[in-house]
Write a protein that binds this ligand. Sequence first.
Ligand code: ADP
Ligand code: MG
Length: 343
Amino acid sequence: MSGPVLVLDQVTKRFRTVAALEAVDLQVGHGELVAIVGPSGCGKSTMLRSVAGLTTIDSGRIVVGGRDVAGPGVFIPPEERHIGVVFQDLALFPHLDVAGNVAFGVPRGERRSSRAREVLDLVGLTGLESRYPHELSGGEQQRVALARALAPRPDVVLLDEPFSHLDRNLRMEVRDHTIEVLRAAAATGVFVTHDQEEAMAVGDRVAVMRSGRFEQVAAPETVFHAPVSRFVATFLGEADFVAGTRFGTRVDTVLGQLPVTSAGTGRCEVMLRPHELTIDEDADGDGIVERTDFRGAVVMHHVTLSEGSRIRAQRPHTEPVKAGTRVRVRPVLTHPLVAFAVP
Ligand code: ADP
Ligand code: MG
Protein backbone atom coordinates (compact mmCIF):
# COMPACT_ATOMS: atom_id res chain seq x y z
CA MET A 1 0.00 0.00 0.00
CA SER A 2 1.25 3.47 -0.77
CA GLY A 3 0.69 6.28 1.71
CA PRO A 4 0.44 5.99 5.47
CA VAL A 5 -1.32 2.98 7.00
CA LEU A 6 -2.43 4.92 10.06
CA VAL A 7 -3.39 8.58 10.14
CA LEU A 8 -4.49 10.68 13.08
CA ASP A 9 -5.72 14.06 11.93
CA GLN A 10 -6.33 16.68 14.62
CA VAL A 11 -7.65 14.09 17.07
CA THR A 12 -9.04 15.61 20.26
CA LYS A 13 -10.45 13.85 23.31
CA ARG A 14 -11.48 15.43 26.60
CA PHE A 15 -12.53 13.88 29.88
CA ARG A 16 -14.52 16.69 31.53
CA THR A 17 -11.81 19.29 32.09
CA VAL A 18 -8.84 17.08 31.13
CA ALA A 19 -7.65 17.39 27.53
CA ALA A 20 -6.29 13.85 27.11
CA LEU A 21 -5.62 14.42 23.38
CA GLU A 22 -5.27 17.91 21.93
CA ALA A 23 -5.29 18.12 18.11
CA VAL A 24 -2.96 15.14 17.69
CA ASP A 25 -1.53 14.53 14.20
CA LEU A 26 0.40 11.38 13.31
CA GLN A 27 1.09 9.37 10.18
CA VAL A 28 2.59 5.89 10.34
CA GLY A 29 3.97 4.36 7.16
CA HIS A 30 3.79 0.72 6.07
CA GLY A 31 6.12 -1.44 8.15
CA GLU A 32 7.03 1.48 10.41
CA LEU A 33 7.17 1.32 14.19
CA VAL A 34 6.46 4.54 16.04
CA ALA A 35 7.18 4.66 19.76
CA ILE A 36 5.07 7.03 21.84
CA VAL A 37 6.76 8.14 25.03
CA GLY A 38 5.71 10.58 27.70
CA PRO A 39 5.07 10.90 31.41
CA SER A 40 2.24 9.08 33.12
CA GLY A 41 -1.14 10.66 32.39
CA CYS A 42 -0.05 12.51 29.22
CA GLY A 43 -2.58 10.70 27.00
CA LYS A 44 -0.68 7.73 25.54
CA SER A 45 -3.28 5.08 26.38
CA THR A 46 -6.12 7.37 25.34
CA MET A 47 -4.47 7.70 21.95
CA LEU A 48 -4.17 3.93 21.47
CA ARG A 49 -7.69 3.33 22.77
CA SER A 50 -9.02 5.92 20.31
CA VAL A 51 -7.28 4.15 17.42
CA ALA A 52 -8.46 0.73 18.61
CA GLY A 53 -12.05 1.97 18.92
CA LEU A 54 -12.21 1.37 22.67
CA THR A 55 -13.12 5.01 23.16
CA THR A 56 -14.80 7.64 20.99
CA ILE A 57 -13.06 10.87 20.00
CA ASP A 58 -14.53 14.37 20.32
CA SER A 59 -13.18 15.70 17.04
CA GLY A 60 -10.68 14.95 14.31
CA ARG A 61 -10.32 11.86 12.18
CA ILE A 62 -8.59 8.46 12.36
CA VAL A 63 -7.79 6.49 9.19
CA VAL A 64 -6.62 2.86 9.20
CA GLY A 65 -5.57 1.18 5.96
CA GLY A 66 -7.12 3.97 3.91
CA ARG A 67 -10.51 3.73 5.62
CA ASP A 68 -11.98 6.27 8.05
CA VAL A 69 -12.62 4.42 11.32
CA ALA A 70 -13.42 7.43 13.49
CA GLY A 71 -14.44 10.97 12.61
CA PRO A 72 -17.45 13.15 12.05
CA GLY A 73 -20.39 10.74 11.87
CA VAL A 74 -18.11 7.70 11.65
CA PHE A 75 -17.41 5.03 14.27
CA ILE A 76 -16.23 1.62 13.10
CA PRO A 77 -16.38 -0.89 16.00
CA PRO A 78 -13.07 -2.29 17.30
CA GLU A 79 -13.47 -5.77 15.80
CA GLU A 80 -13.87 -4.28 12.31
CA ARG A 81 -10.84 -1.97 12.43
CA HIS A 82 -8.18 -4.54 11.38
CA ILE A 83 -6.11 -3.67 14.41
CA GLY A 84 -4.16 -6.00 16.68
CA VAL A 85 -3.58 -5.03 20.29
CA VAL A 86 -1.13 -6.10 22.99
CA PHE A 87 -1.94 -4.28 26.18
CA GLN A 88 -0.26 -4.32 29.57
CA ASP A 89 -2.89 -6.69 30.88
CA LEU A 90 -2.34 -9.39 28.26
CA ALA A 91 -5.92 -10.63 28.66
CA LEU A 92 -5.24 -14.13 27.32
CA PHE A 93 -8.30 -16.38 27.39
CA PRO A 94 -7.68 -18.67 30.37
CA HIS A 95 -10.01 -21.43 29.13
CA LEU A 96 -8.34 -21.66 25.70
CA ASP A 97 -4.99 -23.30 25.02
CA VAL A 98 -2.21 -21.49 23.17
CA ALA A 99 -3.42 -22.57 19.74
CA GLY A 100 -6.98 -21.55 20.65
CA ASN A 101 -5.87 -18.14 21.90
CA VAL A 102 -3.87 -17.46 18.75
CA ALA A 103 -6.54 -18.75 16.33
CA PHE A 104 -9.27 -16.74 18.08
CA GLY A 105 -9.27 -13.67 15.85
CA VAL A 106 -8.42 -15.35 12.55
CA PRO A 107 -11.30 -14.90 10.10
CA ARG A 108 -13.40 -18.00 9.48
CA GLY A 109 -12.57 -17.99 5.77
CA GLU A 110 -8.97 -18.90 6.55
CA ARG A 111 -7.59 -22.26 7.79
CA ARG A 112 -7.36 -21.12 11.39
CA SER A 113 -5.13 -23.87 12.72
CA SER A 114 -2.55 -23.52 9.96
CA ARG A 115 -2.41 -19.75 10.43
CA ALA A 116 -2.03 -20.27 14.19
CA ARG A 117 0.87 -22.70 13.58
CA GLU A 118 2.52 -20.21 11.23
CA VAL A 119 2.36 -17.37 13.76
CA LEU A 120 3.43 -19.57 16.68
CA ASP A 121 6.46 -20.51 14.62
CA LEU A 122 7.14 -16.80 14.01
CA VAL A 123 7.13 -16.04 17.75
CA GLY A 124 9.05 -19.20 18.63
CA LEU A 125 6.34 -21.09 20.52
CA THR A 126 6.08 -24.19 18.36
CA GLY A 127 5.50 -27.20 20.62
CA LEU A 128 3.49 -25.31 23.24
CA GLU A 129 0.21 -25.30 21.29
CA SER A 130 -1.77 -27.25 23.84
CA ARG A 131 -0.55 -25.49 26.99
CA TYR A 132 -2.93 -23.19 28.87
CA PRO A 133 -1.96 -19.62 29.82
CA HIS A 134 -1.39 -20.55 33.49
CA GLU A 135 1.15 -23.18 32.35
CA LEU A 136 3.35 -20.53 30.68
CA SER A 137 6.08 -18.20 31.95
CA GLY A 138 5.58 -14.42 31.74
CA GLY A 139 7.78 -14.25 28.64
CA GLU A 140 5.85 -17.07 26.95
CA GLN A 141 2.51 -15.43 27.75
CA GLN A 142 3.87 -12.29 26.12
CA ARG A 143 4.66 -14.26 22.96
CA VAL A 144 1.15 -15.70 22.88
CA ALA A 145 -0.35 -12.22 23.19
CA LEU A 146 1.84 -11.00 20.32
CA ALA A 147 0.98 -14.04 18.18
CA ARG A 148 -2.72 -13.51 18.85
CA ALA A 149 -2.45 -9.85 17.80
CA LEU A 150 -0.60 -10.72 14.57
CA ALA A 151 -2.59 -13.81 13.54
CA PRO A 152 -5.46 -11.97 11.75
CA ARG A 153 -2.89 -9.98 9.71
CA PRO A 154 -3.97 -6.61 11.10
CA ASP A 155 -3.18 -3.37 9.28
CA VAL A 156 -1.78 -1.92 12.50
CA VAL A 157 -0.53 -3.42 15.78
CA LEU A 158 -0.90 -1.35 18.96
CA LEU A 159 1.23 -2.14 22.00
CA ASP A 160 0.56 -0.31 25.29
CA GLU A 161 3.38 -0.71 27.82
CA PRO A 162 3.38 -4.42 27.00
CA PHE A 163 6.42 -5.33 29.09
CA SER A 164 5.79 -3.35 32.24
CA HIS A 165 4.80 -6.45 34.22
CA LEU A 166 8.13 -8.16 33.47
CA ASP A 167 11.29 -7.69 35.50
CA ARG A 168 14.09 -5.68 33.92
CA ASN A 169 16.28 -8.44 32.47
CA LEU A 170 13.38 -10.39 31.04
CA ARG A 171 11.86 -7.16 29.77
CA MET A 172 14.89 -6.39 27.60
CA GLU A 173 14.98 -9.93 26.22
CA VAL A 174 11.24 -9.94 25.47
CA ARG A 175 11.46 -6.47 23.97
CA ASP A 176 14.25 -7.46 21.56
CA HIS A 177 12.32 -10.56 20.58
CA THR A 178 9.10 -8.58 20.06
CA ILE A 179 10.86 -6.13 17.76
CA GLU A 180 12.37 -9.00 15.76
CA VAL A 181 8.94 -10.56 15.34
CA LEU A 182 7.27 -7.27 14.37
CA ARG A 183 10.02 -6.66 11.80
CA ALA A 184 9.78 -10.22 10.44
CA ALA A 185 6.02 -9.73 10.06
CA ALA A 186 6.62 -6.31 8.41
CA ALA A 187 4.03 -5.06 10.89
CA THR A 188 3.02 -1.42 11.10
CA GLY A 189 2.88 -0.54 14.75
CA VAL A 190 2.48 2.02 17.49
CA PHE A 191 4.28 1.18 20.69
CA VAL A 192 3.58 3.06 23.90
CA THR A 193 6.03 3.24 26.77
CA HIS A 194 6.99 5.59 29.59
CA ASP A 195 10.60 4.36 29.30
CA GLN A 196 12.78 6.65 27.18
CA GLU A 197 15.47 4.08 26.41
CA GLU A 198 12.83 1.59 25.36
CA ALA A 199 11.21 4.16 23.06
CA MET A 200 14.51 4.93 21.35
CA ALA A 201 15.39 1.24 21.02
CA VAL A 202 12.02 0.27 19.55
CA GLY A 203 10.93 3.20 17.41
CA ASP A 204 11.88 4.04 13.84
CA ARG A 205 10.51 7.34 15.05
CA VAL A 206 9.82 8.50 18.57
CA ALA A 207 6.83 10.70 19.39
CA VAL A 208 7.33 12.59 22.63
CA MET A 209 4.00 13.38 24.24
CA ARG A 210 3.20 15.98 26.87
CA SER A 211 -0.25 16.91 28.19
CA GLY A 212 -2.15 15.48 25.23
CA ARG A 213 0.12 16.90 22.52
CA PHE A 214 3.11 15.67 20.58
CA GLU A 215 6.02 17.92 21.42
CA GLN A 216 8.34 16.29 18.86
CA VAL A 217 8.05 13.37 16.43
CA ALA A 218 11.37 12.35 14.88
CA ALA A 219 14.07 9.69 14.57
CA PRO A 220 15.54 8.54 17.92
CA GLU A 221 18.86 10.28 17.16
CA THR A 222 17.03 13.53 16.46
CA VAL A 223 14.87 13.63 19.57
CA PHE A 224 17.92 12.78 21.68
CA HIS A 225 20.52 15.06 20.09
CA ALA A 226 18.31 17.78 18.63
CA PRO A 227 15.36 18.14 21.01
CA VAL A 228 13.01 21.00 20.20
CA SER A 229 12.41 21.95 23.82
CA ARG A 230 13.87 21.64 27.29
CA PHE A 231 11.06 19.22 28.10
CA VAL A 232 12.09 16.81 25.32
CA ALA A 233 15.75 17.29 26.20
CA THR A 234 15.32 16.33 29.85
CA PHE A 235 12.67 13.70 29.28
CA LEU A 236 14.84 11.63 26.93
CA GLY A 237 17.92 11.54 29.09
CA GLU A 238 20.08 13.44 31.52
CA ALA A 239 20.61 16.97 30.27
CA ASP A 240 22.14 20.08 31.82
CA PHE A 241 21.98 23.65 30.57
CA VAL A 242 24.80 26.15 30.56
CA ALA A 243 24.01 29.85 30.06
CA GLY A 244 25.84 31.84 27.42
CA THR A 245 25.74 34.51 24.74
CA ARG A 246 25.26 33.46 21.15
CA PHE A 247 27.17 34.95 18.23
CA GLY A 248 25.93 33.20 15.09
CA THR A 249 26.52 29.49 15.63
CA ARG A 250 28.92 29.90 18.57
CA VAL A 251 28.07 30.50 22.20
CA ASP A 252 30.41 32.00 24.78
CA THR A 253 30.02 30.06 28.03
CA VAL A 254 31.89 29.35 31.23
CA LEU A 255 33.09 26.16 29.50
CA GLY A 256 34.54 28.18 26.60
CA GLN A 257 33.11 28.75 23.15
CA LEU A 258 30.67 26.01 22.14
CA PRO A 259 29.39 25.30 18.59
CA VAL A 260 25.60 25.15 18.26
CA THR A 261 23.23 23.99 15.52
CA SER A 262 21.10 27.12 15.22
CA ALA A 263 22.40 30.62 14.50
CA GLY A 264 21.21 33.55 16.59
CA THR A 265 22.24 36.37 18.88
CA GLY A 266 21.79 37.10 22.54
CA ARG A 267 21.38 35.08 25.69
CA CYS A 268 20.71 31.36 25.43
CA GLU A 269 21.20 28.05 27.17
CA VAL A 270 23.24 25.23 25.68
CA MET A 271 22.22 21.63 26.35
CA LEU A 272 24.97 19.27 27.43
CA ARG A 273 24.56 15.58 28.21
CA PRO A 274 26.92 13.90 30.71
CA HIS A 275 28.76 11.93 28.02
CA GLU A 276 29.62 15.21 26.30
CA LEU A 277 31.62 16.48 29.25
CA THR A 278 34.61 15.20 31.07
CA ILE A 279 36.52 16.51 34.09
CA ASP A 280 40.19 16.64 35.05
CA GLU A 281 41.61 17.35 38.49
CA ASP A 282 42.89 20.92 38.38
CA ALA A 283 43.65 23.16 41.37
CA ASP A 284 42.85 26.20 39.15
CA GLY A 285 39.65 24.68 37.71
CA ASP A 286 36.35 26.43 38.37
CA GLY A 287 34.32 23.34 39.23
CA ILE A 288 33.90 21.34 42.43
CA VAL A 289 32.74 17.72 42.43
CA GLU A 290 29.78 17.70 44.82
CA ARG A 291 28.80 14.06 44.56
CA THR A 292 29.45 10.91 42.54
CA ASP A 293 27.06 8.11 41.52
CA PHE A 294 28.42 4.71 40.62
CA ARG A 295 26.55 3.50 37.52
CA GLY A 296 28.47 0.34 36.72
CA ALA A 297 30.42 1.08 33.54
CA VAL A 298 30.67 4.79 34.35
CA VAL A 299 30.70 7.08 37.34
CA MET A 300 28.47 10.16 37.17
CA HIS A 301 30.02 13.30 38.66
CA HIS A 302 27.80 16.14 39.86
CA VAL A 303 29.83 19.33 39.52
CA THR A 304 29.05 22.88 40.61
CA LEU A 305 30.66 25.61 38.52
CA SER A 306 31.87 28.86 40.06
CA GLU A 307 29.06 30.88 38.42
CA GLY A 308 26.56 28.63 40.17
CA SER A 309 25.31 26.24 37.50
CA ARG A 310 25.44 22.49 37.99
CA ILE A 311 26.46 19.99 35.37
CA ARG A 312 26.96 16.25 35.25
CA ALA A 313 30.00 14.63 33.68
CA GLN A 314 30.74 10.95 33.36
CA ARG A 315 34.03 9.11 33.48
CA PRO A 316 34.95 5.43 33.17
CA HIS A 317 34.40 3.54 36.44
CA THR A 318 38.15 2.95 36.62
CA GLU A 319 38.86 6.73 36.75
CA PRO A 320 36.46 8.33 39.23
CA VAL A 321 37.20 11.72 40.79
CA LYS A 322 36.38 12.04 44.49
CA ALA A 323 33.74 14.38 45.87
CA GLY A 324 35.29 17.67 47.03
CA THR A 325 37.93 17.70 44.28
CA ARG A 326 38.47 20.89 42.30
CA VAL A 327 38.22 20.15 38.58
CA ARG A 328 38.27 21.64 35.11
CA VAL A 329 35.24 20.71 32.98
CA ARG A 330 35.99 20.00 29.35
CA PRO A 331 33.45 19.42 26.54
CA VAL A 332 34.18 16.38 24.35
CA LEU A 333 32.04 17.17 21.34
CA THR A 334 31.43 15.17 18.20
CA HIS A 335 28.71 17.47 16.87
CA PRO A 336 27.31 20.97 17.44
CA LEU A 337 25.01 21.38 20.44
CA VAL A 338 21.45 22.54 20.80
CA ALA A 339 20.82 26.01 22.18
CA PHE A 340 17.52 27.32 23.53
CA ALA A 341 16.89 31.05 23.51
CA VAL A 342 16.32 32.60 26.92
CA PRO A 343 13.31 34.95 26.88
P1 ADP B 1 -1.11 7.65 29.94
O1 ADP B 1 -1.48 6.37 29.24
O2 ADP B 1 -0.18 8.51 29.15
O3 ADP B 1 -0.60 7.43 31.32
P2 ADP B 1 -3.97 8.19 29.81
O4 ADP B 1 -4.26 8.27 28.36
O5 ADP B 1 -4.37 6.94 30.51
O6 ADP B 1 -2.45 8.54 30.09
O7 ADP B 1 -4.72 9.41 30.52
C1 ADP B 1 -4.64 10.75 30.05
C2 ADP B 1 -5.47 11.64 30.95
O8 ADP B 1 -6.86 11.35 30.80
C3 ADP B 1 -5.18 11.50 32.44
O9 ADP B 1 -5.29 12.73 33.03
C4 ADP B 1 -6.25 10.55 32.90
O10 ADP B 1 -6.54 10.74 34.27
C5 ADP B 1 -7.42 10.95 32.03
N1 ADP B 1 -8.34 9.81 31.76
C6 ADP B 1 -8.03 8.70 31.06
N2 ADP B 1 -9.11 7.88 30.97
C7 ADP B 1 -10.12 8.50 31.62
C8 ADP B 1 -11.50 8.18 31.86
N3 ADP B 1 -12.04 7.06 31.38
N4 ADP B 1 -12.23 9.08 32.57
C9 ADP B 1 -11.70 10.24 33.00
N5 ADP B 1 -10.42 10.60 32.80
C10 ADP B 1 -9.63 9.75 32.12
MG1 MG C 1 -1.22 4.37 29.88
